[in-house]
Design a protein around this ligand. Structure first.
Ligand code: ATP
Ligand code: MG
Length: 742
C-alpha cells in the first residue's frame, strides 16, 4: 500500500474521465455498463487498488468477484503493479470459491461440518442413481444426470427443495423430481458433502436464516466489486444483493452484449434489475474502446446490431482503422487448418509473438484439426480451459477401444475400457484377471477368455466379460472387410460407449459426443488403424515440452474477458456457428446468444481478426456442403477483405437462395472423397483365442485340491489349466492358478 493517502495517485492518470469517475465514486451502488474493451476490468482493478491505497478499507474488507480463478490471479497481479504487493486477505475469487470460504466458517449453521467435501459430477451421479433405484424409478428412462440438471437449474435460481412445487419437475423422474431433490439434499447432509450449486444455495440459506451472520458480513465487507456481471444467475444475484445491503457499496461492471451463459442460467435481466433494486445507483457508461482497431470494432458493432434484445450502445476508438477483418473461404477444414498454420508462421517470421495469437472455436471438437496441423509444423500451442484433443477422457477411451481392437495384448487399453461402459466387471473380477494373467504370462484379454469359461467369476461380470471379448474379436475381424473408421464407429456404438454419453445429461456430454464423432473423422485420414495409432502416439509425444510462447486455442466461451493481438475465428458456417443445438432448443433467444458469442470473439482482437469458413465440412461424420454462417453475411463489406478461391465465395443468387433455404433444412451430402458404405450386421465370427502354453499347475484327475472360494475338492477332468473340480457345493470349472494341492 502506498504511504501517503493524499498524494495524487499515478494510476488514476491512466484512466479517461468517465473511467476515473467510476473509480473515484466509492460510495453507494455503481453500475458500469459498457461495451467490450472499454476498460471495465481496468476500472474494477483500479478501483480496488484505489480503495486500498486511500485506506478506505483493509484488504479483508473488500470482496471482489471474478469469472474465473485465473482472472482473480491476474487482477491481483495488476493491483500489485499499481500499488505494490497486495496484502493477503482481499476476498478475491469466483462466486464458488468465495462461497466455499464463507461456508467453511459457518458450516454447522447449515447442517454441515467445516471439513465438508465438494462432490464432483461423477459422485453426484452415483448418489442420484442410488436414490432412483431406491425409489424404483427406471434410470434408463430417467437418467440420474437428467434429474441432476433439473436440480442444478433450481439451485441456479436459488430454490431450496422446500421452495420447489411438488410437481415442478413435470414428467421428469416419474413426476418425483422435487422429492428426489429433497432426498438428494438430505443424503448430502448425511455425507457431510455438497455440490457446486450448494455452495451458493447454502450461503443464501445462511444469510436469510441467520441475520446475525449476515450482519457480520455486512460489517465486514465495506466494498463489493463484480466483473462480468452480465453472466450472473439468479442465485448469484441474490447472494450479492444480500451481502451488499450492508454497505451498499456495490460496484458491478458488465456488458449485456457479452452475456453468453444463458444456457447455464445466467440472466441478462440482472443488469436491468440493478437500477430497480438500487434506485440511487450511479450508472456509468464507457464508450471508448481501447482494445481494437477501427475495422475490427466496426465489424463487431455491426454484427451485434442485428440483435434485438439489447440495450444498445455506441463504441468508438481513437485507434487507426488498421487492417480490415480478413474473411476467408476455404475448401474444407483441412485447408483451413493448413492456411491458419501458414498464416501464423508468416506472422511469427514478421516478429509476432505467439503468445498474442489466439484461435477461438465454437465447439471443443474443432481444435483437433488445428492441433494436428500445428504439431506437424512444430508451432507450439496450448488448449486453454481444457485438455488437448487426444487427452480428453472420452478420446482416451475411444483410443483404448482402437488399441485393443488393433492388438489384444494392450493391457492398459483393456483395463481402461473393460468396464466402460459398465459391464459388471468390478474390482474382484479384475483381481482374478490379473492373477491368471500373471500366473500364465498372458495378456489380460487372454486371461479373460479363459476365465469366462470357468466359475471363477460369476453372474453379470462373467456375462459382461464374455460379451466384451466376443465384441472385440468381431470388431477385429471386421477390419478385414471394412474401413477401420467404420469399424471403430461400430465399436463405439455396439459397445454401448456412445449410448453412455448420450444418456448423460451433464452439460459436457454433447461436447464429448461431438469429440467422438471427430475421432472417427480423424481415423478416416489414415490407411490403417495401426497407422492412425502410431500417428496419435507421435503427435502426443511431440506435443510435450516446448516451453515459451504458445498459440492459444480455446472456445469462444473461455475467451471472455481476454485479449490478443491476433485472433483467428474459424468455422463460421451454418450448422456449426450458430450452433444448431442451441438453436433447436431455444430459437430466437438462442440465436442472439450465439451472435453475442461471435461478438465476444471479434472483440478479443487488438490488431488483426481472421474469420474463415469452409465450403465442405465433415460434421458428425458426414460431409456437409457448408454455407457461410449468417454472421458472415452480417459483417459490413467496407470493413472486411474477402479472400477465397473462385467459386467458394460468390454470394450469387443461387448461393443466397440456398442460404435462405437453410432455415428450412440443412443439406447433408455424401463425402466427395471418401464415400462411406453403411455398416450393418457383420457376420464374421469371433476369432478363437490361440492355444495356451501347457498348464503350469500340472493337476490331473483324482488330485485333491484347495480353492480359496470353494474349499477342498477333487479334480475330475483337466484340460490344460482349466479344470473340472468336484467341491462339496457341486461341480465347478476353475482355473489352476486359483488352486493349490489339498
Ligand atoms: P471486456 O468487455 O472484453 O471484458 P473490458 O471492458 O473489461 O473488456 P479491459 O480489458 O479493462 O476492457 O480493457 C481493454 C484494453 O484497453 C486493455 O488492454 C486495457 O489495458 C486498455 N485500456 C482500458 N482503459 C484504458 C485507458 N484509459 N487508456 C489506455 N488503455 C486502456
Ligand atoms: Mg473485462
Amino acid at each position: 500500500m502506498s504511504s501517503d493517502p493524499s498524494a495524487p495517485a499515478s494510476y488514476l492518470d491512466r484512466l479517461n474521465p468517465p473511467q476515473r469517475a467510476a473509480v473515484e465514486r466509492l460510495d453507494g451502488p455503481l453500475l458500469v455498463l459498457a461495451g467490450a474493451g472499454t476498460g471495465k476490468t481496468r476500472v474494477l482493478t483500479t478501483r480496488l487498488a484505489h480503495i486500498l491505497s486511500t485506506r478506505r478499507a483493509f484488504p479483508s474488507q473488500i470482496l471482489a468477484v471474478t469469472f474465473t480463478n485465473k482472472a482473480a490471479r491476474e487482477m491481483k497481479e495488476r493491483i500489485g503493479a499499481m500499488i505494490g504487493p497486495v496484502a493477503e486477505g482481499v476476498w478475491l475469487g469466483t462466486f464458488h470459491s468465495l462461497s466455499a470460504r464463507i461456508l467453511r466458517r459457518h458450516a454447522e449453521l447449515v447442517g454441515l461440518r467445516p471439513d465438508f467435501t465438494i462432490l464432483d459430477t461423477d459422485d453426484q451421479a452415483r448418489l442420484m442413481k442410488q436414490l432412483l433405484q431406491a425409489e424404483k424409478i427406471d434410470d434408463k428412462k430417467w437418467p440420474a444426470r437428467a434429474v441432476l440438471s433439473a436440480i442444478e437449474r433450481w439451485k441456479d435460481r436459488g430454490l431450496a427443495p422446500e421452495r420447489v412445487a411438488a410437481d415442478a419437475g413435470g414428467e421428469l423422474a416419474a413426476g418425483r423430481a422435487q422429492s428426489l431433490y429433497a432426498q438428494y439434499q438430505e443424503r448430502l447432509r448425511v455425507l457431510n458433502a455438497c455440490d457446486f450449486g450448494d455452495l451458493l444455495l447454502h450461503c443464501l440459506t445462511l444469510f436469510t436464516t441467520r441475520p446475525d451472520v449476515l450482519d457480520e458480513y455486512h460489517r465486514r465487507f465495506r466494498y463489493i466489486l463484480v466483473d462480468e456481471y452480465q453472466d450472473t444467475n439468479v442465485a448469484q444475484y441474490m447472494w450479492l444483493r444480500l451481502l451488499a445491503q450492508g454497505s451498499r457499496n456495490l460496484c458491478c461492471v458488465g456488458d449485456d452484449d457479452q452475456s453468453v451463459y444463458g444456457w447455464r442460467g445466467a440472466e441478462v435481466g440482472n443488469i436491468l434489475r440493478f437500477e430497480k433494486d438500487f434506485e440511487d445507483a450511479t450508472v456509468v457508461r464507457l464508450e471508448q474502446n481501447y482494445r481494437s482497431t477501427g475495422h475490427i470494432l466496426a465489424c463487431a458493432s455491426a454484427l451485434i446490431a442485428h440483435n434485438r434484445e439489447r440495450l444498445g450502445k455506441t463504441l468508438w476508438t481513437a485507434a487507426d482503422p488498421g487492417e480490415k477483418v480478413q474473411l476467408r473461404g476455404v475448401w474444407d477444414g483441412e485447408e483451413e487448418a493448413r492456411w491458419a498454420g501458414e498464416e501464423i508462421e508468416a506472422l511469427q517470421r514478421a516478429g509476432q509473438s505467439l503468445g498474442q495469437v489466439a484461435l477461438l472455436v465454437r465447439a471443443g471438437f474443432q481444435t483437433r484439426e488445428f492441433e494436428e496441423r500445428f504439431i506437424e509444423l512444430g508451432l507450439p500451442y496450448r488448449v486453454v480451459g481444457g485438455p488437448r484433443f487426444y487427452e480428453r477422457a472420452e478420446i482416451r477411451d475411444a483410443l483404448a477401444y482402437a488399441r485393443l481392437v488393433a492388438q489384444d495384448a494392450d493391457d492398459l487399453a483393456f483395463e481402461r475400457i473393460v468396464n466402460q461402459p459398465r459391464r459388471g466387471v468390478g474390482e474382484k473380477a479384475m483381481q482374478s484377471l490379473h492373477r491368471v494373467a500373471r500366473a500364465r504370462g498372458v495378456p489380460l484379454a487372454r486371461a479373460a477368455a479363459e476365465l469366462v469359461e470357468t466359475d471363477e467369476i460369476k453372474g453379470p461380470a462373467r456375462a459382461g466379460l464374455r460379451r466384451f471379448l466376443e465384441d472385440v474379436a468381431r470388431w477385429r475381424a471386421a477390419l478385414a472387410t471394412h474401413h477401420h473408421a467404420e469399424v471403430m464407429e461400430m465399436a463405439l456404438d455396439e459397445s454401448g460407449y456412445t449410448a453412455m454419453w448420450r444418456q448423460d445429461r451433464s452439460a459436457e456430454a454433447p461436447g464429448r459426443l461431438e469429440n467422438l464423432k471427430e475421432f472417427v473423422a480423424a481415423l478416416e485420414g489414415f490407411d490403417t488403424l495401426a497407422g492412425f495409432l502410431e500417428h496419435v502416439s507421435l503427435v502426443m509425444e511431440n506435443a510435450e515440452g516446448a516451453p515459451g510462447e504458445m498459440v492459444s486455442l480455446m472456445t469462444l466461451h473461455s475467451a471472455k474477458g481476454l485479449e490478443f493481438d491476433i485472433v483467428f475465428l474459424p468455422g463460421w458456417e451454418e450448422g456449426l456457428f450458430p450452433h444448431p443445438r442451441a438453436l433447436d432448443e431455444k430459437g430466437e433467444a438462442a440465436l442472439e446468444e450465439e451472435r453475442r458469442l461471435a461478438h465476444v470473439g471479434l472483440t478479443r482482437a487488438r490488431r488483426r481478426a481472421y474469420v474463415s469458413f469452409a465450403a465442405n465440412r465433415r460434421i458428425h461424420n458426414l460431409w456437409q456442403s457448408a454455407i457461410p454462417s449468417r454472421f458472415v453475411e452480417e459483417l459490413p463489406a467496407e470493413h472486411v477483405e474477402r479472400v477465397a478461391q473462385p467459386g467458394l465465395w460468390g454470394g450469387g443468387p443461387a448461393r443466397r437462395q440456398r442460404f435462405d433455404e437453410f432455415d428450412q433444412r440443412q443439406e447433408w451430402v455424401a463425402a466427395p472423397s471418401a464415400p462411406r458404405r453403411p455398416v450393418r450386421v457383420i457376420e464374421a465370427r469371433a476369432e478363437l483365442v490361440p492355444p495356451r502354453p501347457a498348464a503350469a499347475g500340472g493337476f490331473a484327475p483324482g488330485d485333491r485340491v484347495f480353492h480359496e472360494k470353494f474349499g477342498y475338492g477333487i479334480v475330475r477332468a483337466a484340460d490344460a489349466g482349466k479344470l473340472d473340480v468336484e467341491f462339496p457345493t457341486g461341480r465347478k470349472k476353475v482355473m489352476d492358478s486359483f488352486l493349490r494341492r489339498g
